[in-house]
Write a protein that binds this ligand. Structure first.
Ligand SMILES: Cc1cc2nc3c(=O)[nH]c(=O)nc-3n(C[C@H](O)[C@H](O)[C@H](O)COP(=O)(O)O)c2cc1C
Length: 170
């Protein structure tokens, strides 16, 4: 089973999280890609795609992610599973905490691909988030800005969860 992690990071936070998730999963270096490196053949050889996305705009995805989303939409049957993580800041942006995670889910959920790695909202303090669906986050939120001490425990717990949800051997 091949797992690929893809991310874009303007300030390094999302890249840091992507690297830690890759390490916990025991992925090889070539399985950690920035969005611009994801091609049709990468997707064709990938079972599970893990997408990392920061929130910089209240109601918009970062433009860098658009080609990846378009590629997935053009060949949705290539992927067996998707998992999402989002970086954000719940203290400075409590009304749009990790909104991009939710916006990404809105784009991908209708494609019928199994989305794994949903997590509890416990331990976060925010007012509103598009990433909450049915009282559950649609992926893993990481707040490196104000809860960095929880980053590694959250990643470790999430990776252990993903391993139980993978459709096949990890
Ligand atoms: C201009 C600006 C706007 C932001 N808007 C949000 C937001 O609406 N919601 C949120 O959760 N985080 C917001 N953040 C926090 C970033 O998502 C967070 O710092 C993230 O780790 C950045 O990822 P990066 O370091 O990979 O670029 C914002 C940060 C900046 C600088």
């Amino acid at each position: 089973m091949t797992t690929i992690i893809t991310y874009y990071s303007a300030n390094g936070g999302t890249e840091f999280v992507a690297q830690k998730v890759a390490k916990e999963l025991g992925l090889k270096k070539e399985h950690l890609l920035e969005h611009y490196q994801v091609t049709g053949s990468v997707l064709a050889n990938c079972d599970t795609l893990i997408i990392g996305c920061s929130t910089w705009y209240v109601n918009e995805l970062p433009p860098e992610i658009t080609p990846v989303v378009d590629l997935i939409k053009s060949q949705p049957h290539q992927l067996k599973q998707i998992a999402l993580f989002g970086t954000g800041n719940q203290t400075d942006y409590p009304y749009s905490f990790v909104n991009a995670l939710g916006l990404l889910y809105q784009q991908l959920q209708p494609l019928g691909i199994d989305i794994i790695g949903l997590t509890s909202t416990r331990g976060y303090t925010f007012t509103n988030s598009l990433a909450v669906v049915n009282n559950t986050f649609v992926g893993l939120p990481i707040d490196e800005d104000t809860q960095s001490e929880l980053t590694m425990p959250r990643i470790k717990t999430w990776v252990a969860q993903l391993k139980t949800e993978f459709n096949g051997a990890a």
